[in-house]
Design a binder for this molecule. Structure first.
Ligand code: HQG
Length: 182
C-alpha cells in the first residue's frame, strides 16, 4: 500500500469520522462510532474504494493514532478532533502536567490575547505535552508561535482537562492570563 493512498484515506476518514459523516450517508453514535461495513458502503457510493484491510492499515500506521477500532471489530471512530454536533465523546477528567503547549500562527495572536484560546469549530482546545508537536501543529497555519499553558494552575483554578486515547490534551477554553509565548 502506497504512503499516498494511506495519507489520502486517513484524511478521508478524518473528514467523515470527525466532521461530515452525512457526506457519505454515514451515522455516528454519540460516542463517535461508525459501523465499518456502513463506512465501506458509504465510501463506495462516493467512488472511493475502501476495504477492511486498508482501513486497518491506516488505523495501525496513523502517526498520531487518530482512530480506534472497537473491541468487537465492528466499528471505528476518531479519538479526538470532532466538529460534528451529533457526537459528544465522554472523556474522564485528568490531572495535566504542569505545562502544556499550543502551536498556532503569529497572525492569530492578537485575537488569542483578547479571547484566550477557543475551540473554533472543534469541540475542545487541543494541547500537546511536547513543544515539537505543538510546533508542527502551528506550522499548518503559517508563521508559527508556541504558547506555554500553565495547565496545573488552570486546573487548580477549576478548569477541566481531558486526555484523548492518542495523548492529545483537551480543555474548553484557555484564558490569556495562563499563557506565555515561548
Ligand atoms: C486558533 C491536528 C484566533 C488555534 C493537531 C488554531 C491537533 C484562535 C486554530 C488538532 C483563537 C484552530 C487541532 C482565538 C484558537 N483567535 N485564533 N481566540 N483560539 N485559535 O485545527 O489546535 O492532524 O481547530 O490556535 O494535531 O490547530 O487533524 O485546532 O490555530 O491535535 O489529527 O484557531 O488537529 O490533528 O485550528 O489542531 P484547529 P489545532 P490532526
Amino acid at each position: 500500500m502506497s504512503k499516498k493512498l494511506l495519507d489520502e484515506t486517513s484524511k478521508f476518514l478524518s473528514f467523515v469520522l470527525r466532521h461530515q459523516p452525512q457526506a457519505i450517508g454515514l451515522t455516528l453514535d454519540s460516542d463517535g462510532w461508525a459501523n465499518i461495513d456502513a463506512l465501506i458502503h458509504g465510501a463506495a457510493r462516493d467512488g472511493r474504494n475502501l476495504d477492511r484491510d486498508l482501513i486497518e492499515t491506516v488505523v495501525a500506521s496513523s502517526d498520531k493514532k487518530r482512530f480506534a477500532i472497537s473491541t468487537d471489530g465492528l466499528c471505528i471512530r476518531a479519538v479526538q478532533g470532532h466538529s460534528t454536533k451529533t457526537v459528544e465523546l465522554q472523556f474522564d477528567e485528568k490531572h495535566p502536567p504542569q505545562t502544556l503547549y499550543h502551536g498556532t500562527a503569529t497572525r492569530f495572536l492578537d485575537s488569542i490575547n483578547e479571547q484566550g484560546l477557543i475551540p473554533g469549530s472543534r469541540h475542545h482546545v487541543h494541547l500537546s505535552e511536547e513543544i515539537v508537536t505543538a510546533t508542527s501543529v502551528g506550522q499548518r497555519y503559517g508563521s508559527v508561535v508556541v504558547l506555554a499553558v500553565a495547565a496545573q494552575q488552570m486546573q487548580e483554578g477549576g478548569f477541566k482537562f481531558y486526555q484523548a486515547e492518542n495523548g492529545v490534551w483537551l480543555t474548553d477554553h484557555v484564558p490569556a492570563r495562563f499563557m506565555t509565548k515561548l
